[in-house]
Design a binder for this molecule. Structure first.
Ligand code: IDP
Ligand code: MG
Length: 145
């Protein structure tokens, strides 16, 4: 997941990280990056050709982004549920976009949409040594076994 610059400006870094933590997901990678145009174009390569692509790339280039790697059961599919629809006005209350955003171009967060995409995005934004390997002390209170 990534916290976009609009959410950083709105003071919602802790709110968004807190939702992942409170759910029971483990944060294993976390850093603020100021992406180049090439990085944003690579990140959104599947959207090249869409009418909003140029505006999206312009918006995100050169502005800080908080990049997150989270681990846990169902994290990729369920983090999308936690994020809500791309258009925050369709995202239900209780979701990140439903609670924290109004406009599609200021929708607070990015979320990987599949295991393959998540792998590619982690490789794009993190070096292997930037992803931590540790156990949460409360894991037995999150998972049956
Ligand atoms: P997602 O972030 O929910 O996965 P995508 O379709 O992957 O949505 O689009 C990536 C980002 O591009 C969105 O989060 C949003 O910021 C922007 N975007 C998507 N569709 C539109 C649009 O129709 N107009 C303007 N921006 C859009
Ligand atoms: Mg997407």
């Amino acid at each position: 997941m990534a916290i976009k610059y609009d959410a950083i400006q709105r003071g919602n870094i802790s709110e968004i990280l807190g939702r992942l933590e409170k759910k029971g997901y483990k944060i294993v990678g976390l850093k603020m990056v100021t992406p180049t145009r090439q990085q944003i174009e690579a990140h959104y390569h599947d959207l090249k050709g869409r009418p909003f692509f140029a505006g999206l790339v312009d918006y995100m280039t050169g502005l800080p982004l908080v990049c997150i790697v989270a681990e846990g059961k169902g994290v990729i599919s369920y983090s999308r549920v936690m994020i809500g629809a791309t258009n925050p006005l369709v995202a239900p209350p209780g979701t990140i976009r439903g609670d924290l955003s109004v406009d599609v171009g200021r929708n607070s967060v990015h979320g990987s949409d599949s295991v393959e995409t998540a792998k590619d995005e982690i490789n794009l934004w993190f070096k292997p040594e930037e992803v931590a390997n540790y156990e949460l002390a409360n894991a037995q209170w999150v998972y049956e076994k």
